[in-house]
Design a protein. Structure first.
Length: 176
């Protein structure tokens, strides 16, 4: 099952972290562990791993963005998530992942104009991201811009490679 694969991945990432030498490798191993924990359904563990990484490397934009996005996806502490992501964007203002996370934070907070602006900026740096196009489609839908939403979702579906992602976006196209 996917949960078992996630647990196996988390165990492997934990082992990699234990043997990693050098701070950069340890950071990568810790980020991998947090992702594996999340995929295995260990949300408390994933959050704890990201917070521990932030304590060890304050100002780490990847950890700030990942923790912020994690909180958004868990529908928890939107203001904290926004603050973390804004700090990451301040450090690296051209990173499309951070800009996407910022747009998604604004979306979750109901700030659709700001969300649209951030997501369009993210697309300037990565126009081939299915996730960014999907998020922009969601923003357009909330703004009542149905044609733009459908266009964004159609583009998103064409960019995703995972069947589950394509199915999720196609469902939006048929239900809205």
């Amino acid at each position: 099952t996917q949960a078992n694969r996630g647990k196996e991945a988390a165990e492997a990432a934990n082992q990699a972290y234990a043997i990693a030498r050098g701070s950069e490798r340890k950071q990568i191993a810790r980020l991998t562990l947090a992702t594996a924990q999340q995929n295995a359904g260990d949300f408390k563990g994933s959050e704890a791993t990201l917070r521990e990484l932030l304590r060890e490397t304050p100002g780490n934009p990847i950890a700030m963005n990942n923790l912020g996005y994690f909180l958004l996806e868990r529908n928890e502490r939107f203001e904290e998530a926004l603050d973390l992501i804004q700090q990451a964007v301040k450090i690296d203002p051209t990173n499309p992942s951070y800009l996407d996370s910022l747009g998604w934070a604004y979306f979750k907070l109901g700030k659709y104009v700001e969300a649209e602006k951030s997501l369009k900026e993210a697309l300037r740096f990565d126009s081939a991201s299915g996730t960014i196009h999907e998020h922009l489609g969601d923003v357009y839908q909330k703004q009542g811009k149905s044609d733009l939403a459908k266009a964004s979702w159609t583009r998103s579906a064409s960019l995703f490679s995972e069947a589950s992602d394509v199915a999720r976006v196609k469902k939006k196209l048929t239900s809205k």
